[in-house]
Design a protein around this ligand. Structure first.
Ligand code: MN
Length: 168
């Protein structure tokens, strides 16, 4: 390394050390707010949802990437109708506390950070809990197999049936 190069490196190291932007403390990193990652989007269609929910499409499938993705915000008490995905579905919970139920099984309580896999053609629903909103990203892989088949709304009785819930 030449003397000029050495002096350049020394200058860069000095600038790095004195530049406050380079001296991020963990506190600064951790003090971020809780504003949502994605826009709230459009009101979810009342035909397929009970209560108030919002949907934002994030990835539109095409011939290269046959995966669809989006974000859904369910306000407390809101949920999808019963439905199934011929292509299967993965949910990434990004905020709040909610419920997920596969037909014939107990309601599962899902929280921020949970990842839920729903196999193809399995009847289920997902939504917020009674007291908290819940947001999740949905991933629909292999959309050429069919994205969603909607069925009837989740009754208030089914929604309130939290007996022996399986908490994650
Ligand atoms: Mn689903």
């Amino acid at each position: 390394m030449t003397r000029t190069n050495l002096s350049l490196v020394a200058t860069l190291i000095f600038l790095f050390l004195v530049n406050p932007d380079c001296q991020r403390t963990p506190e600064k990193v951790l003090s971020g707010d809780n504003t949502p990652i994605f826009p709230r989007g459009e009101a979810a269609p009342a035909e397929f949802f009970t209560g108030t929910a919002w949907v934002t499409g994030l990835v539109k499938p095409d011939s290269v990437f046959t995966t669809a993705a989006g974000s859904v915000l369910f306000e407390p008490g809101a949920r999808s109708n019963w439905h199934l995905h011929p292509c299967g579905q993965i949910l990434l919970v990004t905020a709040g506390v909610g419920y997920h139920q596969i037909k014939g099984q107990a309601i599962e309580i899902i929280r921020k950070g949970d990842v839920i896999r729903c196999p193809p053609d399995v009847l289920h629903w997902h939504g917020a809990s009674r007291d908290s909103s819940m947001s999740h990203i949905y991933l629909l892989p292999n959309t050429e197999k069919g994205m969603v088949v909607w069925q009837e709304p989740v009754s208030d009785e089914d929604y309130a049936n939290l007996n022996s819930p399986k908490s994650r």
